[in-house]
Design a binder for this molecule. Structure first.
Ligand SMILES: CC(C)(COP(=O)(O)OP(=O)(O)OC[C@H]1O[C@@H](n2cnc3c(N)ncnc32)[C@H](O)[C@@H]1OP(=O)(O)O)[C@@H](O)C(=O)NCCC(=O)NCCS
Length: 146
């Protein structure tokens, strides 16, 4: 484990997070552009946006959310140079602690296919692949229900 701290995202972290996400999550869809994701998360539960820092440098992130029923994790990413040092484990563990304090009893997440090792990572933390069909719908392409 390296000397690393975890903080709630602040505006001074903006450029470091954008740089990290451009490296770790390349070719994002328009709604996943780093600037757009940051802007929206600053407006909704900003206290659940965590960054991992090494000497003021952003080396990891995760975004959590809690809707009163389930918790969700997104945007977990660690700089390639800092992987396999427990950074993501610390970020997820931190988010789990904060969510638990909010009353969250179940945490969900999605892993994109093809999987690049993320599922193995989550399994190492006790997450299990569940017998579910993952569905989604964009609400920014017209009225709901259309
Ligand atoms: C997945 C990711 C977040 C893991 O970050 P990390 O800081 O390297 O993870 P940790 O060091 O905390 O790993 C803890 C354990 O998870 C498992 N693990 C982590 N990465 C793994 C991989 N690529 N393949 C298999 N197992 C892995 C190992 O058991 C590891 O323990 P070990 O290093 O003692 O063997 C990182 O590889 C990453 O940013 N990937 C690209 C973005 C991504 O896919 N994010 C997930 C979105 S769903």
């Amino acid at each position: 484990m390296c000397a690393m701290t975890i903080e709630i995202y602040g505006d001074h972290h903006h450029d470091g997070v954008v740089d990290l996400w451009r490296e770790v999550f390349p070719n994002p869809s328009p709604w996943n552009e780093p600037e757009a994701v940051i802007l929206k998360k600053r407006q909704v539960q900003p206290e659940l946006f965590f960054v991992a820092l090494e000497n003021d440098r952003i080396i990891g992130t995760t975004i959590a959310g809690y809707d009163g029923h389930r918790g969700w994790l997104y945007s977990l990413g660690v700089s390639p140079a800092w992987r396999r040092k427990g950074i993501a484990t610390s970020l997820v563990t931190h988010a789990e602690r904060v969510l638990t304090k909010l009353g969250c009893a179940k945490l969900n997440l999605q892993v994109r296919v093809p999987d690049n090792g993320a599922a193995a990572f989550y399994r190492s933390l006790g997450f299990e692949i569940e017998d579910r069909i993952s569905m989604g719908k964009r609400l920014d392409r017209g009225p709901a229900g259309v």
